[in-house]
Design a protein around this ligand. Structure first.
Ligand code: 3Y8
Ligand code: NAP
Length: 244
C-alpha cells in the first residue's frame, strides 16, 4: 500500500499525522500556493502535477495504491483531476471533506452561487467589507470599488502592481482562526459585512461565530459542484477504507 494525500486543509494535516504515526507509507502534496506551507510529517512534494496526465503519471511512477483528495471544497480543478486520473489508472480514490456550514439562529446569510455573484451582491453604497476568501479572486471585486475592503491573506501581496482595490487594509494571517481573534478583527476594523466561502470545517468558522455575535450580515459563497466520488468526513473512515 502507498497513499498520496492531496493536502492544503486542516483535515489533510490531521490525516498525515495519523498515517505517519502508524507508519503507513504515504506522500503529501501541496499546490505551492503560499510561500511557506505548513511542514508535514510525510515526504512532501509541492506544485502542480501538470493536469490529469501529470497526476496519472505521478500515480504510476510512485506506485500509489490509494489517493486521498483532502483538498479544500473550493479546490475544484484538483478534485476533478483526481477523479479523472484515478479512473484512468484504476487507483482507489477517496475524498476527505467536511460538510458545508449551515446557517444557525441569528445568522444573517445571503447565499450566492460563486465569486461573480458575490461581487454582484456588493452593489450599493460604500461599506467596510471583510473579504476572507484569500488572494486568488480579489481582482473580481474591483467591479465594486466603492467599498473599503479588509483583506485577510496568507502571504503579503506581491510587490507592485498594488492590489486592484482602491481602498483596502491588508491583514496577513493564516488560520485556523479563533472566535476571540475574529471578534477583535471585526471590531477593530469596523467591519459591516463579510464575504466568505462555504469552506466548512473548523479552521475558518470563527469569523461566522463572530459575525453572528455582532449581528453582521454575511455573503456566503456556495461550493462548486464536484463529480461524484467516494467521500469520507473522518479520519476513522479513511483508515477503514485503507484497511480494505
Ligand atoms: C496552501 C497550507 C492546516 C491547513 C489550514 C482549512 C483551514 C486554516 C482557513 C479566512 C479564511 C481561505 C484560504 C483558509 C483557511 C485552513 C488551512 C485554511 C481560508 C493554507 C495552506 C495553503 C492555503 C491556500 C489558501 C488559498 C486560499 C485559502 C486562505 C498551509 C494556509 C481564504 C479559504 O494567497 C493565496 O493564494 C491563498 C490561497 C487557496 C483561498 C483562495 O482562493 O485564495 N487557502 N491555505 C495549500 C497548497 O499550496 O496546496 O500552509 O497550511 C491552509 C489552510 N488555510 O494544515 O491546518 O482547512 O480550510 N485558506 C477559505 O476557506 O475560504 C482563510 O481568512 O477567514
Ligand atoms: P484548484 O484551483 O482546484 O487547483 C488548481 C491547480 O493547482 C490544480 O489543477 C493542480 O495543478 C494544482 N493543485 C491544487 N491543489 C494541489 C495539491 N494539493 N497538490 C498539487 N497540486 C495541486 O485548487 P486551489 O483552489 O488553487 O487550491 C490550491 C491548494 O490550496 C489546495 O491544496 C487546496 O487544498 C488549498 N486550499 C484551497 C482553498 C480554496 O479556497 N481554494 C482553501 C484552503 C486551502 P495541476 O493541474 O498542474 O496538477
Amino acid at each position: 500500500m502507498k497513499v498520496l494525500i492531496l493536502g492544503g486543509t486542516t483535515e489533510a494535516s490531521a490525516l498525515a499525522r495519523t498515517l505517519a504515526e502508524r507508519e503507513i507509507p504515504a506522500l503529501f502534496s501541496y499546490a505551492g500556493r503560499v510561500t511557506a506551507p505548513k511542514p508535514q510529517p510525510l515526504p512532501t512534494r509541492v506544485g502542480g502535477f501538470g493536469g490529469v496526465a501529470g497526476l496519472a503519471n505521478f500515480l504510476a511512477e510512485e506506485r500509489i495504491t490509494h489517493l486521498v483528495d483532502a483538498t479544500h471544497p473550493f479546490a475544484e480543478r484538483m478534485s476533478r483531476n483526481a477523479v479523472a486520473a484515478a479512473e484512468r489508472l484504476g487507483t482507489e480514490l477517496l475524498a476527505l471533506t467536511r460538510p458545508p456550514w449551515a446557517p444557525e439562529h441569528g445568522d444573517r446569510w445571503q447565499r450566492v452561487d460563486g465569486i461573480a455573484a458575490a461581487v454582484d451582491a456588493l452593489a450599493g453604497p460604500p461599506q467596510r467589507v471583510l473579504l476572507a476568501i484569500g488572494r486568488m479572486h480579489l481582482a473580481t471585486f474591483s467591479a465594486q470599488p466603492q467599498h473599503h475592503y479588509v483583506l485577510r491573506l496568507v502571504d503579503h501581496p506581491d510587490a507592485p502592481p498594488p492590489l486592484p482595490l482602491p481602498r483596502h487594509t491588508v491583514i496577513v494571517d493564516r488560520g485556523p482562526f479563533t472566535r476571540e481573534g475574529d471578534l477583535a478583527l471585526l471590531r477593530e476594523h469596523g467591519v459591516e459585512l463579510l464575504v466568505c466561502k462555504n469552506a466548512g470545517g473548523a479552521g475558518a468558522a470563527a469569523k461566522l461565530v463572530a459575525a453572528r455575535e455582532l449581528g453582521l450580515p454575511v455573503v456566503m459563497i456556495d461550493r462548486p459542484a464536484l463529480p461524484p466520488r467516494r467521500e469520507a468526513h473522518s479520519i476513522d473512515e479513511v483508515l477503514a477504507w485503507l484497511a480494505h
